[in-house]
Design a protein around this ligand. Structure first.
Ligand code: NAP
Length: 466
């Protein structure tokens, strides 16, 4: 952990490689008292951060991006070792992270306000930082989801206290070393950034409840997100939560594209992606050819050691997660689901699994967060929309059709934060507004949109003596 420019190294919690369960390191587990102390130090640096010029913030963010670029391969290996993500996917995560810091650098200089004319003067608006941002992140994109909070926070001039997931904290630790190096080089006090490791129920919870924290930016499960809405008190919050993201395949869909995009979107990071395909709703007329294609493409996936370049699907993050997914498959079968492919588990690896189920099957209701693809046959696009909206979630939906009228009708009707036409829901670029409705979240990320969330508009009214 890194507090007020000092590293505190304790061996309180073990960190495991999810593939072979070997210990790869240790992290300190902070007490509530230690977190309170760190937050109280951090809030003293709010003015320092606010007063940094846009070009200084631009310089810091560009330096961080360059340093990540220089250490790209090493960081990708750390993600794979720590989170079990297949190495090719980890490299993409690092590349995206570089892009996020560069985008934030751009926006650091583009923080514009508005002018509103008055008869006897003018109104100016400007964006000001919220002050102290508490960032809490999950295990599944352990570098880029940290970047999505830290980079916009620096761009707008916030102090940050970061709690990374203890299931995969190593990439955040390396990023902190990079930030430390850059802040020293740019002669910015190190108290503007703190890394607080430990258990979420203590460290995360204290960040959420602490009155010196001005905003909590959280990415993680719906359950923890809901507890944050109850515990945060009078502060801003953004919540990027889970989903069960439908993919609707209409009878006029480009089937080959739908098949490949669905298989990629489902099995990326072994299904541990918030916008992973939750269920496919396919029109009866094309169901056979779609299912055949999905099984054909799924069979091609290489499963195993995430460090090998050929691996497509690696382990789940913990034995408990793998067991949970295995139990969901069992329950889905008990509820009448048909196993079409896979269904096997070895240690933390659950093999890519394809099932045909009814719309009320457990797999269509919960966030599985594993490599299981449930397929449901539907009679019409209206039925597909009805099933999609009959959910507590509303993150992303994918729609495959060649008919633009149908695509736009569905996009209007779906109660989701993002609707992706002719791609699975597993699509995100880092400059688009990203987030969900219903239980999938509150607020938006995507650098420019996160900056808006992490800042306040100050209105300056100038009256003139005319
Ligand atoms: P999680 O269990 O909710 O944990 C997320 C973070 O919250 C961890 O750092 C966790 O620490 C901490 N935490 C736990 N209890 C807390 C509390 N009471 N107060 C404050 N913080 C607390 O989620 P996860 O298993 O790491 O990640 C998977 C989930 O994240 C999935 O549901 C996925 O959909 C969601 N996700 C959403 C997005 C998005 O952008 N919408 C992106 C990625 C992931 P501990 O691990 O110590 O509990």
């Amino acid at each position: 952990m890194f507090i007020n420019g000092k590293w505190i190294l304790r061996k309180d919690l073990e960190v495991f490689n999810p593939y072979n369960l070997e210990t790869i390191g240790y992290i300190p587990s902070l007490s509530r008292e230690e977190v309170r102390e760190a937050i109280s130090i951090a809030q003293e640096y709010k003015d320092t951060m606010k007063e940094l010029s846009p070009s200084k913030r631009y310089g810091i963010l560009m330096d961080i991006a360059r340093e990540i670029q220089r250490r790209k391969e090493e960081l990708a290996r750390i993600i794979t070792l720590d989170a079990g993500k297949p190495i090719r996917q980890s490299i993409i995560e690092v590349d995206r992270c570089i892009g996020v810091f560069k985008l934030a650098a751009f926006y650091a200089k583009e923080m514009r306000g508005e002018t509103i004319p008055l008869e006897d003067g003018i109104i100016l608006t400007k964006r000001e930082p919220v002050g102290l941002l508490g960032a809490i992140t999950p295990f599944n994109f352990p570098l880029n989801l940290v970047a999505h909070k830290v980079a916009p926070a620096i761009a707008v001039g916030n102090v940050v206290v970061l709690h990374p997931s203890p299931k995969a904290p190593m990439a955040a630790i390396e990023l902190t070393k990079i930030i430390e190096k850059v802040l020293k080089k740019r002669e910015v006090p190190l108290g503007v950034f703190h890394l607080l490791t430990g258990r979420g129920e203590i460290v995360g919870d204290e960040i959420v409840r602490n009155e010196n924290v001005n905003m909590v930016s959280f990415t993680g499960s719906v359950e923890v997100g809901e507890s944050i809405t109850r515990n945060a008190g009078f502060k801003k919050i953004t919540l990027e939560l889970g989903g069960n993201n439908p993919t609707i395949v209409l009878k006029d869909a480009p089937i080959d594209r739908a098949v490949k995009s669905t298989v990629r979107g489902k099995f990326l990071n072994a299904g541990q992606v918030c916008i992973s395909v939750g269920k496919v709703l396919v029109e009866e007329e094309v169901a056979e050819s779609f299912i055949e294609g999905v099984i054909r493409e799924t069979k091609k996936l290489k499963v195993g050691d995430p460090m090998k370049r050929e691996t497509d699907v690696g382990p789940l993050i913990t034995p408990e997660s793998a067991e949970r997914v295995e139990n969901l498959i069992k329950q889905a079968l008990e509820e009448g689901g048909k196993l079409l492919y896979g269904g096997k588990r070895e240690g933390n690896i659950v093999y890519p699994t394809v099932m045909e189920v009814d719309a009320d099957n457990i797999l269509c209701k919960v966030e599985v967060f594993g490599p299981v693809l449930p397929i449901v046959r539907v009679e019409s696009m209206e039925e597909a929309v009805e099933i999609s909206n009959n959910s507590i979630y509303g993150l992303h939906a994918g729609v495959f059709t060649r008919d633009i009228e149908k695509a736009l009708w569905i996009a209007d009707k779906l109660e989701y934060g993002g609707v992706i036409i002719n791609n699975s829901p597993t699509f995100r670029v880092d400059n688009m507004p990203f987030g969900g409705v219903k239980r999938s979240g509150l607020g938006r990320e995507g650098v420019k949109y996160a900056i808006e969330e992490m800042s306040e508009i100050k209105t300056v009214v100038i009256k003139l003596d005319r």
